[in-house]
Design a protein around this ligand. Sequence first.
Ligand code: 0X9
Ligand code: ZN
Length: 423
Amino acid sequence: MVGGIVYGQSQPPPLGQVEHTATAVAQRAAADEVAAPAADAPLAIAEDTLVAVRVTPGTAALRAELLARAQDVWSERLREPTVDVVLDAAGLAWVGEHDLSIEVIVPDVLAVAEAERERLAQVEVARPSPEQWFSEYRDLPTIHAYLDTLAQLRPDLAQVETVGSSLEGRLLRALHVRGKGQRRFGMVVDGGLHAREWIAMAVSTCVADRLLRGYDQDERIRDFVDQSELWVLPVANPDGYVHSWKSDRYWRKNRRDGHGVDLNRNFGLAWGGDGSSDKPSSQVYRGEGPFSEPESAALRDLMVAHDIDAHIDFHSYGQMLLHPWSHTRTRPRDYAALKKTGKAMVDVMGKPHGTRYRLMSAQSLYPAAGTLMDWAYGELDAKSFVIELRPRGGGGFVLPPEQIVPTCDEGLAAVLTVGESVR
Ligand code: 0X9
Ligand code: ZN
């Protein structure tokens, strides 16, 4: 597995390093080639193309081999037969030789990232209107500036707070929203713990926007804001996000020593367990110790300081609502309550656009130890969920920008419903 997929560099790597260096992939992108499946072999791709596919490996041994051959793992579903991986031509040929069932998610992941980059290069960032703002993905400075805009719009309800800083010294900026009633619950909403999941940063920002702009007109929103104290941290991994914009669209972790730490394996509950790795090159590298990373430590400190009752951690992709536990098959103590709230959430998330989100325990998807959700639930007793936003599969991490607003409708519905369940 490589640490991600790079574009925008131009020096070809020396032969022999091709499969496992990010630069190798950069060269493929620079070559600007398009996948050209042969007419009689629809699964064949050009040698320098990477394809994202959903594969059904069939046996544990084939799954292990597939993962070893993958250039990147986008999504694993241990309790389901499928796994989403990025393959090169040789990997795809191996899948063909073993006659495994396969569904193409993105035929050319580098071309998709490049097309997105070209589109974003045309975007006029200077002062988009509120309606335009969510018509496109925004980079870190633009999101941070928008938090200021929101606070200026409703200084009676919101302030921007710096809740920490990243490894590379970028600010962790949150919108602190406080209404006019008596506080009945504390809540944190965060996005972007994983750098490539851009819809999570967009939806978190958009939820904050909806709460402030809807306060005067919408009684449900007003009640939510009045009865809560809420922090929205839209970019929980700013170094990774900048890296994803500038050089590697598919980067997941923070930027620790170039290899990065998976922040969602760095929290202090069951740290080091199943579904995390001690290998720095792994996409699920847990770091040197619990809270070794300033980004996860900042979330811990924020949540410990403010008596948090509810929490949503936005991710992508898969359209799933995941409840604790993440690290163990043991049922959580209030399983019934989590399921009940979860069921209400997936119902309301389906209302605006008919989008189906599947509710399940995170562990039943695959084990993951040291997650934010488990820590918030286990240490703070917060009702904590992971939401894997759109898409369900096709497109993967690069979601068309027209889907930001509808996905925000779904995220907002979920946030309101969790809040209402704890007040
Ligand atoms: O693996 C993760 O950290 C999250 N999924 S993602 O594809 N966005 O990386 C999900 C964590 C939830 N926990 C489990 N699935 N156990
Ligand atoms: Zn994620």
